[in-house]
Design a protein. Structure first.
Lengths: 229, 223
């Protein structure tokens, strides 16, 4: 167990520990996909991918890769026992209809009221890419975010209001970062867990919105997990 | 006359496509791209097309070849970002104002097409509310939530990929190949399916995932 800031895989591990038995989960592209590697062995869950796969399994080994068996990120996958395939209209009716229990997504910014910005960084000379981000953010029953607490330049990503274009309003329930776990509540951001060797003032200095600390706020811990080279 | 929707090849299937057509193209995540039909459409070369396609830039789809050939006036899609730092062919045209872009959330994209084939002119969705993709659109409150009015889309032509067809146009798909195929087929005036194989016999009915009533022509292609 470490008191250093969590690396990306440790953040994914920590979010995975909160996945409960029997839920239907959608994992966003990038960091969230690693959550699947760290689910607790006693939980039996289905992972939905918005291209119409219900029951995503492990990545396919090269000798079993099939160009028709892919997830929304174009990864060649396997499926678990009990898996099913539907078309896009059914897949998004499932999302919009509130049948996804938890969507774990990446983010650029999260606001104190739960507004989410995770689709458009305003990169020059690049076209837009929204995909299913708005559908998942607006309609999953719980939206959890996993992201670094601050940008590479050290600017807070947790803010009073988002500066980047919004994906959905008032949708985020919980944020897992390398420093803390923060719930978005009607009263604003509430810290549930934080690194043991970080002070409340140090966390506030890295956060662009007011924080309150839960009375039972616990140390944020994760096992050592090496990042791949 | 006995129904027989088999076309000899992709060029024959596309022989009557006109300039200005709105063209639906299936495929998502690498599965279900009708790449033989896309190449044949490029070779036929109709102008001023509007493409309705999930991604304008997907690396496994040949959609970009229609754009590079200068056949496309407008793209309606959910993804238009290239894969490298240098702008893609689409991004260059878009930056120069030479191609029109309508970016749509994916669930709204597929539901607009579904509505087009299902007799629904418009619908309200919670997706996009409060974002720039809903700017200028009608918003209405139902119960305790705001919804955005979105309009149906119809097409002149749908190009879809499936695994197996029969002479009646019935289709079955492999794994994640289905994606936008069924809704696109239902919302287009002319639907052409490319498939791995066309059965001589009729397809066992329990294998039919898209009834042939939505499919006008089927073409067998190699792989």
């Amino acid at each position: 167990m470490t008191t250093h800031p969590l690396n990306r895989l440790q953040i994914a591990w920590r979010a995975a520990q909160d996945i409960t038995d029997g839920v239907l989960v959608n994992l966003g592209l990038g960091m969230p996909l690693f959550v699947a590697d760290y689910l607790r062995p006693e939980v039996d869950v289905f992972i939905q991918s918005e291209n119409g796969v219900i029951g995503v399994g492990a990545l396919a080994p090269p000798d079993r890769a099939d160009t028709d068996l892919v997830d929304a990120g174009s990864r060649r996958i396997t499926v678990r026992p009990g898996a099913a395939f539907v078309d896009s209209s059914w897949s998004f009716a499932m999302i919009r209809g509130g049948h996804i229990d938890v969507a774990i997504l990446g983010a650029f910014e999260v606001a104190a009221n739960g507004d989410l910005a995770n689709w458009d960084m305003r990169l020059p000379n690049k076209g837009p890419l929204v995909g299913g981000a708005m559908d998942l953010a607006a309609c999953a029953r719980s939206v959890w975010i996993i992201m670094e607490h601050v940008t590479r330049q050290g600017a807070p990503r947790l803010l009073d209001t988002c500066a980047l274009p919004l994906t959905a309003v008032r949708c985020v329930k919980r944020v897992y970062t390398d420093l803390a776990i923060i719930d978005i509540t009607p009263a604003g951001m509430v810290v549930r867990e934080m690194l043991g060797d970080l002070s409340e003032e140090e966390l506030r200095a890295r956060t662009g919105a007011p924080l309150t600390f839960a009375p039972d706020c616990r140390p944020l811990v994760a096992p050592a997990i090496a990042l791949p080279d | 006359m006995p129904i027989d929707k088999r076309a000899a090849n992709a060029a024959e299937a596309l022989a009557d496509v006109l300039d200005g057509a709105t063209v639906f193209i299936s495929g998502f995540g690498g599965a279900g791209f009708p790449n033989f039909l896309i190449r044949a459409l490029r070779d036929r070369g109709p102008k001023d097309l509007t493409l309705v396609v999930n991604s304008a830039t997907h690396r496994y789809s040949h959609t970009h070849e229609l754009i590079e050939a200068g056949l496309v006036r407008k793209v309606v899609c959910t993804a238009a970002r290239g894969h490298s730092k240098e702008p893609s062919a689409f991004e260059r045209l878009w930056i120069d104002g030479k191609i029109e872009l309508e970016c749509v959330p994916q669930g709204t994209f597929t539901e607009r097409i579904r509505a087009g084939g299902a007799g629904i002119p418009a619908f309200y969705t919670p997706v996009g509310f409060g974002t720039e993709l809903a700017e200028g659109k009608e918003v209405r409150r139902f119960q305790d939530r705001e919804y955005v009015l979105e309009h149906a889309m119809k097409g002149d032509l749908a190009l879809v990929r499936a695994d197996t067809a029969d002479r009646y146009g019935n289709l079955s798909f492999r794994y994640a190949q289905m994606n936008f195929g069924p809704v696109m087929a239902a919302a287009a005036n002319l639907t052409i399916a490319e498939v791995r194989t066309v059965l001589d016999e009729s397809m066992p009915h329990e294998r039919v995932q898209l009834p042939g009533v939505y499919v006008d022509r089927v073409v067998a292609v190699t792989t």
